[in-house]
Every structure is written in structure tokens, then in C-alpha cells.
Design a protein around this ligand. Structure first.
Ligand SMILES: Cc1cc2nc3c(=O)[nH]c(=O)nc-3n(C[C@H](O)[C@H](O)[C@H](O)COP(=O)(O)OP(=O)(O)OC[C@H]3O[C@@H](n4cnc5c(N)ncnc54)[C@H](O)[C@@H]3O)c2cc1C
Length: 405
């Protein structure tokens, strides 16, 4: 039996997001809310019904995802009203990731791969001409891209250890190397490849069409988590790239770090969305499931766990919200992004475990949504800097001592 709660009434009357007790989303403009409401409808009607099958079969819902892309979430005129720089607000950008990840972490990650990660590779890494050339395709998803950093032998130590090389001869570069884990690389139009310049030893970035001679991509098989995402490997053999495709503003790891602090804040939003999704799935389940003649939501021990999940959903959103507010003011701090990613990763993981706990045996069944969040949050816990690497960034900030090695 589902009983209406005070949260249900609040939600109908004033709040935009169910888990957002503190109502951070009240800071969105009316136009932004309208677009997010349209997104929620598409997620509910077109995407949610196919998620179990795709997760189970380890396939990506490319056809249905087109319905999200058709919403024009980077270009809708309602999002650009009053935006002098022509870019959507940081808050909308965050809530867009949050909304999609609340339905599905993989879909949120997919959208953010181009809409956040590759977007920042172009916005921050490209010259004015490169931004003018590439950004329209990013915003429309007609020429979308993926950030390609990690390698089979270099994950956490990729800054110093990157083995992919770029050698310049006149105006042509030759790239050789192997990338791993890149979300959507097998279906993306463009790859933002990071490679070490053999001359000065610095990391450079290149915008390369996936269908370039010498580039081969294949999906890493047999994943236990993140099953519906085509995480792909990229093998590059003597790939010829003109200097005009080298990101002109990326000349060292310092420039790469500027991109990463932004992409990490995207992940903080995705984790906040996944936390809210896991909580809401658990709440629904506990209000419907009866034991001892009552909904299990009426038991004190269950309510304690629901309260912790709700608190985590709110706290993860608070971290992400503050980051967006600062970024809107032009304040970007690596430590702040790392702390949000660190906190939200821990709380998301705890929430998914609690959600699974309150669902008992049914918490193992995909149709209740909970195991999808449980498994996919594990992938998010690792990407864009592990718990340990983000801890080391914060540790270095406060102690002044780098402890990576
Ligand atoms: C689902 C998913 C999606 C991804 N998407 C992308 C993508 O789109 N593009 C991309 O480039 N990459 C992507 N990645 C890669 C991701 O960023 C890496 O997995 C991550 O950086 C960790 O690298 P690794 O897996 O090689 O782990 P490793 O670096 O081998 O680390 C293994 C463990 O050792 C710990 N460790 C390592 N060094 C230290 C240290 N100095 N002190 C303490 N502990 C340490 C780590 O924290 C971790 O717990 C993705 C990964 C996943 C799982």
C-alpha cells in the first residue's frame, strides 16, 4: 500500500526534485525548469522502459538516446536567455547531469562524456578557431566526442606515465599508443586524445575523428558493472594528425589539470543524481513492500536507513551545487572539485548499499532499479580520479606535501 507522504505533497506544490528538501533547484530559471521537465518525461517514457534489457544484454540504447539528444539540451533558446557568453549556466549543466543520472548512471555518463568532458576539452583546450569549428557539433551532438586519457598500464599515474606518444615532423604529428576505458569511444565521432610529445616530454591533446586511418576501437568485453556503456579501447598505429588538430591551448599537464577539475565537478553532479536515484528507488520499494502486515517503510530501522539515504542525496547535491555556484563566478579550484568527487563517491556508494539492503532479496532484481545503481555507482566511484587520488590532491592542498609517490 502506498501512502501519500508530506514529501509527496511538497513535491506537487513547490519542489522540482523529490530528494531536494533544501530546494536548491529553486535557483534554476523557469526556462531551465521547463527544459528539465521535458527531459524527465523523455527519461520516464522512452528510456526507463528499456534500461533493464540493455543492462542485462550489455548493449547501449542508442536509438532511444536520440530522443534525449533531440531535446537540444545545450542549445535550446530557453537556456541561453540572458547568457552573454552564449553558454548554458553551470547550474543547468549540473542539474542536466543530475536528472539523467537519477534515471540511469550510464546514460548520465554518456551524455556528460560529450556535454561535459569533451565540451571542456574543446572550450578550454581549443584556440578561438578550433572552438568555432568544433563547438557547434558538440552542442548538437552531430559531431560528438570523448575524452581519451587512461591507458591499459597507466591509470592513476597517467600524468607522469602516459605512454602514448606524439612526434612532430613539420606540420604533421604521428601518434602511437593504446587507450582504455573511454566511455563511448567506439561510437563517438571525435576522440580527444592525450599524448606525450617525444620532443619536450609534455602532454598534448589532439582532436581526431574516430574514423582516421590507423585508429582502431573495440569495446572491452565482459564488464560486471556499467554493463550498458560501450567503454572502449583505442589502438593507434602511426596515426597522422595535422598541427591544426592539436589543441592549441594544451601545452603541459597544467593545462590538462584545468580541464580535469571541470570534468570532476561534472562527475560530482552525476554522483549526486545517482545517489538520489538509488534513494528514490529504495523509498518506492519500502512503501510498497509489506512484511508483518505493514509496509516495511513503517519500521523504525528502515526509516533510519531511508533518512541516511535522503541525507546523502541532499549532501551530494549540496557539494555539487556549491561547485556550480563558484564556477559561475569564475572560481575553479582543483581541490574543491576533488573534495566534491571524493565526498559524493563515498555517499553514493553507501546509499546504493543501503538501498540494496532495504530491498532484501528483491534488491538483486534489475526490475527494481536498485542493483543497476548499486553496480554502476561502483564504476563512477573509480572514474575521474579514484578515492585515493582525490584524497591525495586534498592532502597536498592542506599539508603542502605531495604524497602520490
Ligand atoms: C566506468 C568507467 C568509465 C571510465 N571512463 C573513462 C573515460 O571516458 N576516459 C578515460 O580516459 N578514462 C576513463 N576511465 C578510466 C578511469 O579514469 C581510471 O580507471 C582511473 O583513473 C583509475 O585508473 P586504473 O583503473 O588504471 O586504476 P589504478 O591506477 O591501477 O589504481 C588501482 C588502485 O590503486 C590505487 N592507487 C593508485 N596509485 C595510488 C597511490 N599513489 N596511492 C594510493 N593508492 C593508489 C587507486 O586509487 C586504485 O584504488 C573510466 C573508468 C571506468 C571504471
Amino acid at each position: 500500500m502506498v501512502k501519500e507522504s508530506r514529501a509527496d505533497k511538497d513535491f506537487q506544490e513547490e519542489k522540482f526534485f523529490y530528494s531536494d528538501l533544501y530546494n536548491y533547484s529553486s535557483k534554476l530559471t523557469e526556462g531551465e525548469k521547463e527544459v528539465l521537465a521535458e527531459l524527465e518525461e523523455v527519461l520516464k517514457n522512452d528510456l526507463h522502459p528499456v534500461l533493464v534489457k540493455h543492462w542485462h544484454d550489455a548493449t547501449f540504447p542508442l536509438e532511444e538516446v536520440q530522443k534525449i539528444l533531440d531535446l537540444n539540451l545545450m542549445d535550446d533558446p530557453r537556456l541561453l536567455e540572458g547568457r552573454e557568453d552564449g553558454y548554458i549556466s553551470q547550474l543547468f549543466r549540473g542539474f542536466r547531469s543530475y536528472t539523467i543520472a537519477k534515471t540511469d548512471p550510464v546514460l548520465g555518463t554518456f551524455y556528460t562524456q560529450n556535454g561535459g568532458l569533451y565540451h571542456e576539452c574543446v572550450r578550454l583546450g581549443g584556440s578561438e578557431e578550433q572552438v568555432a569549428e568544433l563547438m557547434p557539433g558538440v552542442r548538437s551532438f552531430d559531431n560528438w566526442g570523448a575524452l581519451c586519457m587512461t591507458e591499459p598500464d597507466h591509470g592513476s599515474d597517467v600524468a607522469g606515465g602516459m605512454a602514448t606518444t606524439a612526434t612532430r615532423d613539420g606540420d604533421t604529428w604521428t601518434l602511437n599508443g593504446h587507450k582504455k576505458w573511454v566511455g563511448g569511444a567506439s561510437i563517438a565521432d571525435m576522440l580527444a586524445i592525450f599524448a606525450r610529445d617525444t620532443e619536450d616530454g609534455q602532454v598534448k591533446m589532439f582532436y581526431i575523428p574516430r574514423e582516421t586511418e590507423g585508429v582502431e576501437t573495440f569495446v572491452t568485453p565482459e564488464k560486471a558493472f556499467f554493463r550498458s556503456m560501450p567503454n572502449a579501447e583505442i589502438i593507434m598505429k602511426d596515426v597522422k594528425v595535422p598541427e591544426s588538430q592539436r589543441a592549441q591551448k594544451v601545452n603541459s599537464w597544467k593545462d590538462v589539470a584545468k580541464i580535469l577539475r571541470n570534468t570532476r565537478s561534472d562527475v560530482a553532479w552525476l554522483l549526486a543524481g545517482a545517489t538520489a536515484g538509488a534513494f528514490e528507488a529504495a523509498l518506492k520499494y519500502t512503501r510498497e513492500r509489506e512484511q508483518f502486515g505493514k509496509p516495511i517503510a513503517s519500521f523504525q530501522l528502515i526509516q533510519e536507513k531511508l533518512a541516511r539515504m535522503a541525507m546523502n542525496a541532499q549532501a551530494t547535491l549540496a557539494f555539487a551545487y556549491r561547485l556550480a555556484e563558484q564556477q559561475e563566478e569564475g572560481i575553479y579550484k582543483e581541490e574543491a572539485s576533488s573534495m566534491a568527487k571524493l565526498h559524493n563517491g563515498l555517499r553514493a556508494r553507501e546509499t546504493a548499499a543501503l538501498a540494496r539492503e532495504v530491498a532484501g532479496g528483491n534488491g538483486l532484481l534489475l526490475k527494481y532499479d536498485i542493483p543497476r545503481f548499486f553496480a554502476d555507482i561502483e564504476g563512477m566511484y573509480t572514474y575521474e580520479g579514484t578515492h585515493e587520488v582525490n584524497s591525495l590532491i586534498i592532502g597536498r592542498y592542506y599539508t603542502g606535501i605531495g604524497a602520490f609517490i
